[in-house]
Design a protein around this ligand. Structure first.
Ligand code: M6R
Length: 610
């Protein structure tokens, strides 16, 4: 949520910051701003709206200087207005700050500072932090010291970048609970909340840890702790390039990412399948075979789309490994005193690796002595660094706010994990091999589904006026129904509900009428007949039905109003295919309705506040 980029070097900072903010816009997009320093003088520009609005302002009022900080905001404290946009100044007007996170005790701090005569121009917690650091600043002391002293008084989370007009050429950054990294360049250095902001300039990065402070100049950077102990930073190479974070030939990131899925699934299983042993190899788990065998319960904790991947994981793990498995909303798990027995594995699933509730759920489990693992996409993210082990998705940057390719990547890893755990228990080698071989065919089958893009676009036109949708399915495809409903509502703002198909009769059937389409996921599998019976129930009430069915199914065309066909696969792998047409359908419906698919209203890509 929100994005930070900062630059010090020998180029005009405005251009670097603006370009960085464009790449960060998916993290928050209700207002933005930059501040550069030009000969000890701040050039502060902020604007409500998208980065383009800021760019327009900068055309008439350019910000000069070769050092600066920038921010794109997803409002928490205070409405999206120019005044609430970052950067914020302190009382003296000589210190400027951008901030991601939430200062929980800002009200108390504000009252204390107000009693000393501080005047505030915004409703934000960030401005209070700027004033607090300014209060600790004294001429002659390093800016980092003032930052340290102030942060010791703060309760909450922060990723910050700070400058002082009396110390030009220096940017100070610090983090606690909100990601921040250093981009190491030649004669230039960067700070960013997300590597995509700076990857066009450098792929060498240092991920800051919580309670670390960095002082950055064009030629150097010094990392230390909040207690001023010096830290030896580890420089890492980022695995993706600036081109990976571009839209390429696609009109939207979401469509690009949907089309990347065959490749992404391949990346998730590449090098992780052993045909000799008919099992999967997931080295990063950091658990010995004996430890893996001792696991007698698994809890998947996650949010949103990642939660749906965990739900599919429950079906797979119980079926293939016979390990009792549950999924939990991370936000509920973290505050619930759930009994978690000794040999339970708590498993986080997160694209960003920064979702605050998922992180907190993992921390709570660690506190109680449990092994924690994670499936994460963003390398070096907080969750990835805090767990005992896990698996990276290698899905590349996902910029569209609606998660697509990371869902199928997570599902692929779930399959591998379940086969691995199963093969250590009762799963026969023949069954393990059958699943792994079929998994290798999934990318080509996804490609086949994607050839129907234009046909699905036509279908979308037919249904785009509906004001409510139901998504219905059974067994492994039930979480996919939830995911289909989530996709549609988040990008097209159409009300949509996902349900287990049989559960419909217990309430949602009241919603069925000729203007409420039901999307049924009903491939030819063990529950096909049952699902068909549920379709009949909807048709009997004149509800339109769109079916996701198996190629060659001749019966379904006579029942459903419209059918999207998917290739046949093993029942347990169906979610990898059935979700694809739902993503494409949501995309085209949102387009029809004139929605901004990549940046849906009110959302942000990574949810780092509670
Ligand atoms: O980064 P994470 O996977 O932890 O994010 C979890 C959810 O915030 C995320 O999946 C969200 O629901 C997306 N908007 C779904 O498209």
């Amino acid at each position: 949520m929100c994005g930070i980029v900062a630059y010090v070097g020998r180029k005009p900072a405005q251009n670097v910051l603006l370009e960085g903010l464009r790449r960060l816009e998916y993290r928050g997009y209700d207002s933005s701003g930059i501040c550069t320093v030009d000969q000890n003088h701040f050039e502060l520009r902020k604007k409500t709206g998208r980065i383009n609005d800021l760019a327009t302002l900068l055309r008439t009022q350019p910000a000069r200087g070769m050092i600066g900080i920038g921010h794109t905001r997803w409002a928490t404290h205070g409405a999206p207005t120019d005044a609430n946009a970052h950067p914020h100044l302190d009382q003296s007007g000589k210190l400027v700050l951008v901030h991601n996170g939430v200062i929980e005790n800002y009200q108390q701090l504000k009252e204390r500072l107000a009693a000393k005569g501080h005047k505030f121009l915004s409703q934000t917690d960030t401005e209070v932090l700027a004033h607090l650091i300014g209060e600790h600043y004294q001429p002659g002391i390093p800016l980092a010291d003032a930052v340290r002293h102030a942060l010791k008084e703060v309760i909450g989370t922060y990723g910050i970048a700070v400058m002082h007009a009396d110390q030009p050429g220096i940017i100070v950054g610090a983090r606690r609970g909100s990601p921040l990294l250093i981009g190491v360049g030649r004669n230039e250095n960067f700070l960013a909340s997300d590597v995509s902001a700076i990857v066009a300039h450098t792929r060498r990065v240092v991920y800051l840890n919580d309670f670390e402070v960095v002082t950055l100049t064009a030629d150097d950077f010094q990392v230390s702790t909040l207690e001023a102990a010096s830290v030896s930073p580890q420089v890492k190479e980022v695995e993706f390039s600036a081109e990976d974070a571009d839209k390429g030939k696609f009109p939207h990131y979401m469509l690009k990412e949907i089309f990347e899925q065959p490749h992404v699934v391949q990346n998730a299983f590449r090098g992780r399948i052993s045909h000799e042993e008919s099992t999967a190899k997931l080295g990063g788990l950091n658990l010995s075979p004996a430890e893996l065998r001792a696991v007698d319960r698994i809890v998947f904790v996650s949010c949103g789309t990642a939660l749906h991947a965990g739900m599919v994981g429950e079906y797979l793990m119980e079926e293939l490994a016979r390990i009792p498995t549950e999924w939990e909303y991370a936000s509920e798990f973290r505050y619930r005193n759930a009994p978690v027995e000794k040999h339970t594995l708590v498993f986080a699933i997160s694209q960003s690796g920064e979702t605050i509730d998922t992180l907190a759920a993992i921390r709570e489990s660690r506190r109680k002595g449990h092994k924690t693992l994670a499936i994460v996409n963003v390398v070096g993210s907080t969750i990835a660094r805090e767990v005992d082990g896990g698996t990276y998705m290698h899905a590349g940057p996902e910029i569209g706010v609606a998660a697509t390719k990371t869902f199928t990547s997570q599902l692929t890893i779930m399959v591998l994990l379940s086969v691995l755990m199963g093969r250590m228990r009762h799963l026969a080698s023949t069954r393990g091999e059958e699943i792994l071989e079929e998994l290798e065919h999934i990318p080509a089958k996804m490609e086949r589904i994607l050839t129907q893009n234009d046909a699905i676009a036509k279908l979308a036109k037919k249904y785009s006026d509906a004001s409510s949708f139901l998504f219905l399915a059974r067994q492994h495809n039930y979480p996919v129904a939830l995911e289909g409903a989530l996709k549609l509502k988040e990008i097209s703002y159409i009300h949509a509900e996902g349900y287990p198909a049989a559960e419909m009769k217990h309430g949602p059937i009241a919603l069925i009428e000729p203007r409420t389409p039901s999307v049924f996921i009903c491939p030819k599998n063990s529950v096909y007949e049952k699902t068909m019976a549920n379709i009949e129930e909807v048709k009997a009430r004149k509800g339109p039905v769109i079916a996701i069915a198996t190629e060659g199914d001749t019966e379904i065309a006579g029942k459903a109003d419209d059918v999207i066909y998917i290739p046949e696969t093993l029942e347990i792998l169906e979610p990898l295919l059935t979700v694809v047409p739902l993503q494409v359908l949501s995309y085209h419906i949102a387009l029809q309705r004139g929605c901004d698919v990549d940046k849906p209203r009110n959302l942000a890509k990574s949810v780092t506040v509670e």
